[in-house]
Design a binder for this molecule. Structure first.
Ligand code: F6R
Length: 587
């Protein structure tokens, strides 16, 4: 399961009846090196590979976590939203924490709730925890047992052949070297496993035995959950990504947001006079949408710089300037250099980062994590969607400190909450998009056009296409075509047009007329119910209606799918395009 995260790992088992935990920072090899040559005689155990969400990737923060009495060990995927409240209550009761991980709370809560029955203790604990979990628990008090439960994080039970026992894991991939017979657990279910049997319950009720299923994937396929490429899997996760990026951060009744990582800098945010975003590639395009969002809704001046340029800039910064770096990996050398440069010039630096404990997160004063799990494919997709969601949340936070009304904030947050369903609707159109891709896969040039917030999406659509299909593609503001690029257009040029029903709809329609008059082949992304665009376009992909400021989050999804399917038609190595790397740690 190393592909799911790789910043630390650990195991817990019983060594002559004593709970033993071994954990190590870094790649799995570090743990196996420590364990090599050791022998244990344990019939139950837990293992975990960590993708940090709270606390840096250190030995202490690695899983399994144990309670004060060293009687219970847990592994946890997911996130505890009411961590602060639970932790302070447990501390008041005398529990001593040894890590910064939210997951450690499970071990202490189970210790507190244990009165001779492990299953009951886990059930009581789950009632107290808000958030998402795939949880595994063992205890020295009942050493023949594993208890596991899920809510919002996956969990699968594997049945070993010849009644040799059971496995439980957060991914079917982990099972395949041992068994292909599995039982998928549903949200809210808990499973109790002993040597001979297992029983699944749902809250208070014990459920009937569920039929197992036989998995017919091989290991490589299973890591991708049956998808041919990580890129497609990651695009398909985007509806969930919106939920994960918002989880625990929206205060619907107050029309506001709570961004835990920014609490310490709230006064500086309130008095900020200017924001400068720095980032590279896809993250840079997210910044350019952030610029529109914050300038239009908050009224703060915003500039966006390529990190690789900003690092050499001679700009004057002062304490009223906040420099915000956006980076999926948190290790991009140019972005890091830009932060260091900003600090030297006296600005407060913040980060919007996916990889917890990465260099950008460590070197900025405060920040916001995406919390969307590892992005494996080199082409960034789900991280971009998450970056946009976080920028909307940041916009609301800054707006509410200034001129944004409660009602407007509520409207935005309500609509943001509708996006997961709308993204699902778009993803269901993948076959339509695949057909379009087939038709244009042999083209040698593409132009993507959009206006306002969707101009950066045009840039991102072009970047996705060029990086994975090696087709020349450019993004342009739709109104700019007539100032030069229109000279290129003829019947061989596909023009991908972003034309939601927004404040510049009519203007973009005129721009499409100009393309059509030059015989350009228009592929349009329009709003459901639109009747005019199809008069001009060869193909139209219809997207659900949303607020103008949220249209980029929907529009990017079909463009990612289009790039994916075109690259697939062309037989390109989609997850690892030539000449590129996932994390660009050189200048
Ligand atoms: C494009 C892509 C790159 C990255 C860029 C920044 O699909 O993945 O353009 O967005 O290299 O990377 P991070 O976000 O890790 O700083």
């Amino acid at each position: 399961m190393e592909y799911r995260g790789y910043d630390s790992s650990g195991i817990a088992l019983f060594d002559q009846g004593k709970l033993t935990v071994v954990k190590k920072q870094g790649k799995l090899g570090n743990l196996t090196a420590v364990l090599s040559g050791k022998e244990f005689n344990s019939t139950v155990g837990l293992g975990h590979i960590r993708w940090a969400t709270h606390g840096e990737p250190t030995d202490q923060n690695a899983h399994p976590h144990v309670d004060c009495g060293h009687k219970f060990a847990i592994v946890h995927n997911g996130i505890i939203e009411n961590m602060a409240e639970l932790k302070s209550r447990l501390k008041r009761d005398g529990h001593v924490f040894t890590s910064q991980s939210d997951s450690e709370i499970f071990a202490h809560l189970i210790e507190k709730n244990y009165h001779g029955n492990l299953v009951q203790a886990v059930k009581q604990t789950l009632l107290e925890v808000k958030g998402a979990y795939g949880l595994g628990v063992i205890s020295a008090a009942e050493p023949d047992k594993i208890v596991a439960a899920r809510l919002g994080s996956p969990l699968v039970l594997g049945i070993l052949p010849e009644q040799e026992g059971f496995l439980v894991a957060s991914d079917v991939a982990a099972m395949l070297p041992f068994t292909k017979e599995v039982v998928y657990l549903e949200d809210g279910e808990l499973v109790e496993i002993t040597g001979e049997q297992y029983s699944i319950s749902n809250g208070k009720t014990r459920l009937d035995k569920r039929d197992s299923q036989t998995v017919d994937w091989d290991l490589a396929e299973a890591e991708k959950e049956g998808y041919e490429h990580f890129m497609l899997k990651e695009i398909m996760e985007e509806s969930k990504v919106v939920v994960e990026s918002m989880r625990g951060r929206v205060l619907p009744d107050e029309g506001n947001v709570k961004l835990g990582g920014l609490i310490d800098v709230m006064p500086q945010l309130a008095s900020a006079k200017r924001i400068i975003f720095v980032a590279c590639g896809t993250a840079h395009y997210a910044c350019r949408i952030g610029e529109y969002l914050i300038e239009s809704q908050v009224g703060l001046p915003v500039e966006v710089e390529y990190a690789s340029e900003f690092r050499y800039s001679e700009a004057t910064l002062d304490q009223g300037t906040i420099v915000i770096a956006i980076s999926q990996s948190g290790e991009t050398a140019d972005t890091l250099a830009a932060i260091r440069h900003a600090k030297k010039l006296g600005a407060l630096t913040l980060g919007i980062v996916n990889v917890v404990g990465s260099s950008v997160s460590r070197e900025t004063t405060a920040g916001i994590y995406n919390h969307v799990g590892p992005e494996i494919s080199v082409a960034s997709t789900k991280a971009f969607v998450s970056q946009l969601v976080i920028l909307v949340l940041l916009m609301v936070l800054l707006g509410r400190q200034r001129r944004m009304t409660v009602d407007r904030a509520k409207e935005i947050l309500r609509e943001l909450g509708q996006l997961p369903g709308k993204i699902k609707e778009i993803l269901q159109q993948q076959e339509v998009i695949q057909e379009i891709a087939k038709r244009y896969a042999a083209s040698t040039n593409f132009i993507f056009i959009g206006r306002k917030l969707n101009y950066p999406i045009a840039l991102e659509g072009a970047l996705k296409l060029k990086e994975i299909s090696y087709i020349h593609a450019e993004g342009y503001p739709a109104g700019e075509l007539k100032h030069g690029p229109l000279a290129l257009i003829d019947q061989t040029w596909p023009v991908v047009a972003l034309i939601p029903q927004d404040s510049v709809y009519e203007k973009t329609l005129s721009n499409l007329q100009e393309v059509k008059a030059r015989q350009g082949k228009i592929i349009a992304l329009a709003t459901v119910g639109d009747t005019q665009v199809k008069e001009l376009a060869e193909q139209v992909i219809y997207l659900p209606k949303t607020l103008e400021i949220l249209t980029p989050i929907l529009n990017v999804v079909p463009l990612q799918l289009l790039a994916y399917y075109i690259a697939k038609e062309r037989g390109c190595p989609i997850d690892q395009p030539r000449n590129l790397a996932k994390s660009v740690t050189v200048e």
